[in-house]
Design a binder for this molecule. Structure first.
Ligand code: SF4
Length: 358
């Protein structure tokens, strides 16, 4: 199997290679043991819904075989179709597109890195344009300062994109083509990927496959229901933070470099607790432009669009990350309120209610 297809599983050639290999989804999902493609498919959907990317987790970048990586895409499409949660399909398609965007822009800049192996897995701009039938619709400008995109294709790709700058009224239009910068062309390609991934989702899933993925869907449903409890709590009261969040704040302010899941938990909690940008940066112990940019970016990701898709993790997930002081095996914190809730936001709401009544 071609590693290029594993990096870009939405390509027509990737679909064809799965078909030619004659690997039935039924066989993959109904084996006695969980197939690596199913495991990676679950991770793919979970990461898409929670972290906005489908890249393997930080510990797993090299863990999956090309075959598992490639097959995880059709598995993920089935899983996301079975997860009964509003916004899951849209979020999944956006995350696939965002990840593809990171990869192809990197490929365009470093087509081979001097390594033959890299050249084999990188995609070129021409190949990606051809993939979306855009080869005849996109031309580099004679001066080389951008591209011209045939107006029909431009409208089809830009109509979902946010921002005044995408409207035709703000664009140079000549000879039926719209001028775009190189970066804008890449964003249009990201949208082309998103549209392709979203097409046909949710898909009809045969009963046999549905039955084979019951546990995986329940697992994801659990993740999504955690996420779905997000709601705005319009009071920022650090005294009422649960022990896990208080500890994260203390460590961040003490200069500790938090792990990705820990930083996600902290930023998403503070965003749900209505922290503004200055409060967020102060509670995350951020000084310095680079870190501030990263935290702001994280905050914009957890708080955007329907917001509810990016609530902080539940107590169970916090414990799995090793970020719940109450579940610490060696030196557990005791907190009676923690015994009665299953989510840090529920703790916070309860603590706020009590403080208000007092
Ligand atoms: S039980 Fe929940 S709220 Fe309490 S410290 Fe652990 S993760 Fe936080």
């Amino acid at each position: 199997m071609d590693p290029l297809h594993a990096r870009y599983p939405f390509l027509a050639a990737a679909r064809e290679s799965v078909r030619e290999a004659d690997i039935g989804l039924v066989g993959v999902v109904t084996g006695d043991e969980r197939h690596p493609a199913v495991e990676r498919g679950v991770e793919r959907v979970r990461r898409a819904l929670v972290d906005g990317t489908v890249r393997p987790g930080p510990d797993g970048e090299r863990r999956w075989s090309t075959r598992a990586e490639l097959l995880s895409y059709p598995v993920a499409r089935v899983l996301v179709s079975l997860v009964d949660a509003p916004g899951a399909v849209e979020k999944y398609a956006s995350s696939e597109a965002d990840t593809a965007y990171e990869r192809f822009t990197d490929d365009f800049e470093n087509p081979d890195d001097g390594l033959k192996s890299t050249a084999d897995t990188a995609i070129s701009l021409d190949a990606l344009l051809a993939e979306f039938d855009l080869a005849g619709a996109v031309r580099e400008t004679p001066s080389g300062d951008g591209y011209r995109v045939a107006v029909g294709r431009y409208l089809a790709l830009s109509s979902n994109l946010d921002g005044e700058s995408w409207t035709l009224a703000t664009r140079q239009l000549a000879d039926g083509a719209v001028k775009v910068s190189e970066r804008e062309l890449h964003e249009l390609l990201r949208e082309a990927v998103r549209q392709r991934v979203a097409a046909g989702l949710p898909t009809d899933v045969p009963d046999e496959i549905r039955a084979g993925l019951t546990d995986e869907v329940a697992e994801l449903q659990d993740t999504f229901s955690e996420i779905d409890i997000s709601r705005d709590i319009p009071v920022l009261a650090p005294d009422c933070f649960p022990p896990c969040v208080a500890s994260l704040v203390e460590r961040a302010q003490g200069g500790e470099d938090l792990s990705d899941p820990a930083e996600f938990a902290l930023v998403s909690f503070l965003t749900s607790a209505n922290a503004d940008t200055d409060e967020l940066l102060a509670l995350c112990g951020v000084d310095g432009d680079t870190r501030a940019k990263a935290v702001r970016y994280r905050a914009s990701r957890v708080g955007d669009e329907s917001g509810a898709q990016y609530a902080p993790p539940s107590c169970e997930t916090m414990a799995a990350y090793g970020e719940c002081p109450v579940a610490d095996d060696e030196d557990p914190t005791t907190d009676a309120r923690c015994d009665s809730i299953s989510h840090p936001l529920a703790y916070y709401e309860d603590a706020l209610d009590t403080a208000e009544n007092v």
